[in-house]
Write a protein that binds this ligand. Structure first.
Ligand code: 5GP
Ligand code: ZN
Length: 114
């Protein structure tokens, strides 16, 4: 989608620090990390938010979570644990309107999520 930052990252028009890539999924380091580990995992195809996930995306969503698990293992923080966050829409605090999952870790995170 035009004027979508993350679509531009997928196309290589904006550089990113890639952690994982396949034909459907891209993971890269957040530009403004909120924890020692802060990775964003996105579908390469433009899906605006969780509200826009369609039934045909079911397999892709499962693959995204398996990818999150694999990234945690490969990057060496699976055992110590981490948090996966998806912000949806205005009240959810979503700033980039391309579906993404934050992986946060590298320190003991606060117990509150709001
Ligand atoms: P949201 O608030 O939408 O859930 O999260 C968007 C995230 O994207 C933020 O954590 C922000 O730092 C990150 N971000 C925004 N623009 C860029 C960019 O151009 N490159 C990277 N790597 N991260 C970005
Ligand atoms: Zn997009």
């Amino acid at each position: 989608m035009e004027d979508c930052i993350f679509c531009k990252i997928v196309k290589g028009e904006i550089p990113s620090n890639k952690v994982y890539e396949d034909d459907e999924i891209l993971a890269f380091k957040d530009i403004n990390p909120l924890a020692p580990i802060h990775i964003l995992v996105i579908p390469k195809k433009h899906i605006t938010s969780t509200n826009d996930i369609q039934p045909e995306d079911e397999k892709l969503m499962g693959k995204i979570f398996l990818t999150i698990k694999q990234i945690a293992k490969k990057e060496g923080f699976a055992e110590e644990g981490y948090r996966v966050v998806n912000n949806c829409g205005e009240n959810g605090g979503q700033e980039v309107n391309h579906l993404h999952f934050h992986i946060l870790g590298g320190k003991k995170l606060g117990t509150k999520i709001v």
